[in-house]
Design a protein around this ligand. Structure first.
Ligand code: ADP
Ligand code: ASP
Ligand code: MG
Length: 453
């Protein structure tokens, strides 16, 4: 059995879904479980509808449901499903979902409030709509597909908008629900990204979470392989949206892939790797538009020599805030760092980079939701400054640790750029630093040129 995950662009239209169907067809002998995202941009549209409703713009939210959601899904149905009875049933089912979204929107407008719990309820429709259509379209193409509501399988905690799966519970549900379908020779089609609490309330695993869903399902069922199908050839030397000459990497280690994902390479969700590593399940990244391309194989250990100074790939993450904490009196005192980290912990904000000097500590965060509260608590015992609109640039490669002179090459290549907070990760497989957001594209391009061109 294998798990095949198709991302938003892979199911963005009737044509894209047809391509998915032909790829799945070619893999039927391997007993695939299909995990799909919402059609591209639909999650954003649903979020926008919810925010409009909360702010009292219900009629604007309705127009967006009509123009941004209804049209795209109905167009896809018309092209994908010709059998008139099947088409009618599918249209009715989609309309029922659209009505439910309108009801939720109405509720939000009345309350003028948008809780993480309501947000999850509303965004879950993206994946529910796409998989409903995909499963019927597969039947139309003579694949015996069966839609599985991921909320019956993926049981999570109550941490809405970034819920964590409860693995033991989910494992028994996954076996109970998926295995009989596979045994019949049918193809289960289910949603990525969404789950539910033990009492059945809808949750989501965080943005980009469909990769994570696929990896968990694969691990729970001991899949032979997890395939992540997306809109690029695999994991590349950097984001191709930043450098058009970015090159495909044939293999990337689990550790490299997780560092890249964590530092912004959106091609994989940062949590995707660990379920696969724990069960030693191979992960492949493939391009839905070019299924013949070899893709990237994520491996436990690299066997090939690096040709680029040990650097495999360059990631970047924008929207970073740097928090500088000064305290001449306290800095070297016992417990000072602990009291700082306790504050970040209290507001559930994770820290990416840390740099210390005799009199200061600098930290970076990418989630500024609780920034004000964090700063006001820090100010009780120190002087604090905040710099926003920063970005992290991160170079990753396992062989970096055996290659001298990398730092010199990196900083020489970008010598005219203002760099702060240089850090070599404790894992020794990454070098990261902070630049102004406005310098990111220059920095990534120059570094790509230095190491890969
Ligand atoms: P999906 O909808 O299939 O999950 P995403 O948009 O989440 O796809 O992720 C794919 C995107 O990741 C690519 O289009 C690319 O712009 C971006 N990306 C960033 N860094 C990399 C990288 N190193 N290699 C490949 N893609 C990358
Ligand atoms: N649809 C969700 C998102 O846009 C999950 C995913 O695509 O992985 O974040
Ligand atoms: Mg993604």
């Amino acid at each position: 059995m294998i798990v095949m995950k198709f991302g938003g662009t892979s199911v963005e239209s009737a044509e894209a879904m047809e391509q998915v169907i032909s790829i799945v067809k070619s893999k039927l002998s391997r007993k695939p479980i299909v995990v799909a995202s919402a059609m591209s941009k639909i999650t954003d549209t649903l979020l926008q509808c919810a925010q409009l409703a909360r702010d009292g713009h219900e009629s604007q939210a309705h127009s967006l449901i009509q123009d941004g959601l209804a049209k795209r899904h109905h167009q896809a149905i018309e092209k994908l499903v010709q059998n008139s009875l099947r088409q009618k049933l599918l249209q009715d089912a989609v309309n029922k979902y659209l009505d439910e979204i309108k009801n939720l929107v109405h509720g939000l407008a009345i309350l003028g409030e948008l809780s993480p719990r309501s947000l999850d309820a509303i965004v879950s429709y993206g994946e529910r709509l796409s998989t409903l259509i995909l499963s019927v379209a597969m039947q139309e193409h003579s694949i015996t597909a069966e839609l599985v509501d991921a909320r019956k399988v993926m049981i999570t905690d109550e941490n809405f908008t970034k819920a964590a799966p409860l693995l033991d519970l989910s494992a028994s549900k996954a076996r109970e629900i998926f295995l009989p379908i596979l045994k019949k020779g049918s193809v289960p089609v289910t949603q990525g990204f969404i789950g539910s609490t033990r009492d059945g309330t809808t949750t989501t695993l965080g943005r980009g979470g469909s990769d994570y869903s696929a990896a968990i399902i694969g691990a729970l069922l001991n899949a032979e392989e997890i395939e992540i199908w997306t809109d690029v050839d695999g994991i590349l030397t950097t984001d191709p949206k930043m450098v058009t000459d970015a090159r495909l990497l044939e293999t990337v280690t689990f550790q490299e892939a997780s560092e890249l994902a964590y530092f912004g390479a959106k091609v994989l969700h940062p949590s995707t790797i660990w379920p696969a590593v724990e069960k030693n399940i191979p992960v492949h990244v493939y391009n839905t538009k070019r299924p013949e391309s070899p893709g990237t194989h994520i491996v436990a250990r690299e066997t090939k020599e690096s040709k680029s100074g040990g650097i495999k790939s360059i990631a970047y993450k924008k929207g970073i805030a740097v928090i500088n904490i000064y305290s001449t009196r306290m800095l070297l005192a016992h417990g000072f760092l602990k009291s700082i980290f306790e504050i970040f912990d209290k507001f559930e904000t994770s820290v990416d980079l840390v740099a210390t000097s005799e009199v200061s500590v600098s930290l970076t965060i990418d989630d500024a939701q609780h920034l004000e509260k964090i700063v006001s608590e820090l100010k009780k015992f120190s002087t604090v400054t905040v710099e926003q609109k920063k970005a992290i640039v991160c170079l990753v490669g396992e062989q970096m640790k055996y290659t001298p002179g990398i730092a010199a090459r990196v900083f020489n290549a970008i010598k005219e750029i203002n760099v702060n907070m240089i850090s070599q990760g404790a894992s020794e497989i990454n070098v990261s630093f902070i630049v102004n957001e406005s310098d990111v594209s220059t920095v990534v391009q120059k570094l790509h040129c230095e190491f890969f061109e």
